[in-house]
Design a protein around this ligand. Structure first.
Ligand code: DX5
Ligand code: ZN
Length: 219
């Protein structure tokens, strides 16, 4: 079980007309705010982009965990670091040279994350992990909130955890998709230490209480 659990509510499940209020609703309970950027191209859904992230950055003290589900992250990712994101994660499937993007993100002042979508094996990316601060393993197919958790994808978390521990790498493992009260313990047992939750937080009557409950279940 991880001793340093981070919970990152995803604003994808929040009211987009009240994003600042939604962020503030989990201040003090959450560790990061997970910001899902989708471009109607890499994934068939469209959410928010850089101008919204820049505005929202001024509205909350929570560190931003930007998850870019976009094509051509080599061109766009550093803008999110420059906007003040704490961590910027982009998809392995969209990047020709992930290590070069990670280097650019770190130079621009953020941490760098690598995301692995549902149908992508993790093995081909293990050797790149020293360039990254975070590995995001999707536990759904990226693109939409509210999907059912896919437990078989935790095998990738186990593989990554073994590799990271054996190599003594400093890297968080984040799971994203369908993480909720009934699935978070299995994620933690598989080796995740960072947990994104959209519906499970913003679908609850009290989002901050939902975050606290998830943390207790993961710890
Ligand atoms: C989906 C996003 C997730 C999404 C998770 O592609 O990356 O962050 O918000 O939503 P839930 O927790 O509802 O599955
Ligand atoms: Zn996400």
């Amino acid at each position: 079980m991880p001793d340093n659990v981070l919970i990152a509510p995803s604003i994808l499940a929040a009211d987009f007309a009240r994003l600042a209020d939604s962020a503030r609703a989990v201040e003090g309970a959450a560790d990061w705010l997970h910001v899902d950027v989708m471009d109607y191209h890499f994934v068939p859904n469209l959410t928010i982009g850089l101008p919204v992230v820049q505005s929202l950055r001024k509205a909350t003290t929570l560190p931003f965990d930007c998850h870019l589900m976009i094509a051509d992250p080599a061109r766009w990712a550093t803008g999110y670091a420059e906007a003040g994101a704490y961590n910027v994660t982009f998809h392995a499937e969209a990047a020709a040279d992930p290590a070069a993007i990670a280097k650019d993100l770190r130079s621009a002042g953020s941490r760098a994350g690598l995301a692995i979508d549902r149908d992508t094996p993790v093995e081909g990316y293990l050797e790149l992990l020293p360039h990254f601060d975070l590995l995001l393993i999707m536990t759904i197919k990226a693109g939409f909130g509210g999907q059912a958790f896919l437990p078989e994808l935790l095998d990738k978390v186990r593989t990554a955890r073994r590799h990271i521990d054996t190599g003594h790498l400093e890297l968080r493992i984040e799971v994203d998709g369908g993480v909720a009260e009934d699935t978070i313990a299995a994620c933690a047992e598989a080796g995740a230490d960072t947990f994104v939750a959209g519906t499970a937080v913003y679908g609850a009557d009290d989002p901050a209480a939902a975050v606290r409950k998830l943390r207790a279940l993961a710890s």
